[in-house]
Design a protein around this ligand. Sequence first.
Ligand SMILES: Cc1ncc(COP(=O)(O)O)c(C=O)c1O
Length: 490
Amino acid sequence: MKRLPTGLLPSIALEDSGPIYQQLADWFRRAIAEGRLRPGQRVPSTRALAGELGVSRLPVLSAYELLHAEGYLESFSGAGTCVAAAIPHEAPPAPTRRLPRVVAASAALAPRPVAARVAAMASPPQTWLKSQGAFRVGVPALDHFPHAVWSRLLSRHARHVGSDALIYGDTSGHAPLREAIVEYLATVRAVHADTAQLMITSGAQHGLQICAHALLDPGDRAWVEEPGYPSAHQALAAVGAVPVLVPVDADGMDVATGVRRAPTARLAYVTPSHQFPLGATMSAARRIELLQWAARAGSWIVEDDYDSEYRYGGRPITALQGLDTDARVIYVGTFSKVLFPALRLGYLVVPKDLLPAFRAARDALDTCSPMLPQRALHDFIREGHFARHIRRMRMLYAARRAALQAAIRQHLPDALHVVGAEAGMQLTALLAPELDDIALSRRATQAGVSIRPLSPCYRGETRCSGVILGYGNVDEDAIEEGVKRLRECL
Ligand SMILES: Cc1ncc(COP(=O)(O)O)c(C=O)c1O
């Protein structure tokens, strides 16, 4: 470490790592910002500074050039180089209030103010994410994804890329992909829409954020399922909306209670095909009740259809959007479960009259989703890989779910009470009320098993204890082993 004696400048400490010119430029910027070098103050010549520091002149020249270009330094013939006179000068803050870069994040300092709603946006602690082992929720069978096909399609578009693929894309997404999705939704989910109504998003969570930004003002009330999807709370909190907890039973959201608690709420967020986390399918009567309330109250319904591709028993359930005659439903879909979550592609189906609001909200948030994966995904669907993959995964997940249920029956018959429909990629089971599911989840993480506790999905006082077990990315042997480890943790 080399030091320049005080008197010329406050001491400069050069580290052994990192380019010298950058360290110097950084030092000057901070010394100027903190008031240790004042406007108009002369700084040493490059030759003198290089000599003092025992380094070659080149990095000092580069640093000075950079600082000139950024407006920190200026030179006058005959007067040498000075700190720019235009820099506003304030007395250096008292040392205790200074926040050096490295210490700024330290817990020793009092927290600096951020937006008040950040507290509501924060998700509950997620220790279960620390384990990659069996039953990580929300992960599809990654080793069954057709990687070779996908990389061929991606490189096809990366190689033959025209300038239209490199500029900002349409806010609503790649038109041919939108068309393909609209056809798919009409066939499989009975969703009624034309291509103009479909907006490609960067996943369902992003879709929820766009809905919240387009439809809610701070203080607006929004129905949310209790228990429900914690990230939906986060999306609502981000715009300052106030959640109204509406209980869920075996028929899905209890609409009558919602009407009693907040008859004029602006919006209802629901997962009718496969309620997250309890797994119920919303009954036909409740669906109609919900649609009638929305029409009466002039409110919106956000239908999160995150994993509807997978149903293993019972009758197929069509989307709520298809029943809607008053254009009250905004349909949210995602490719995270059918393909893979890091793809970050999903979609919204938006009532026609809301399109300008949604386009404005989307434009303000992120303009558009990345175009290259959209083009590859379009080919993936049109060439039949998408339908084939879903068919295969449906069989695979049905077998995995059956294996998980069998393992629970064999190893934990009395401890876990499985609830919900035969659908999706996760299974929820209730524990005896006296068992602490968060503590269990922590123990499971240490044992290499990822158990998502149920109780943090509740926001009210009354909470059930339980576990959410993802089986999408766990093969059958690992399922049995995981259940045995869970038994040990219990
Ligand atoms: C109910 C629900 N909605 C939305 C999502 C988010 O999906 P995405 O990855 O597309 O943001 C999930 C993910 O697990 C989910 O469980």
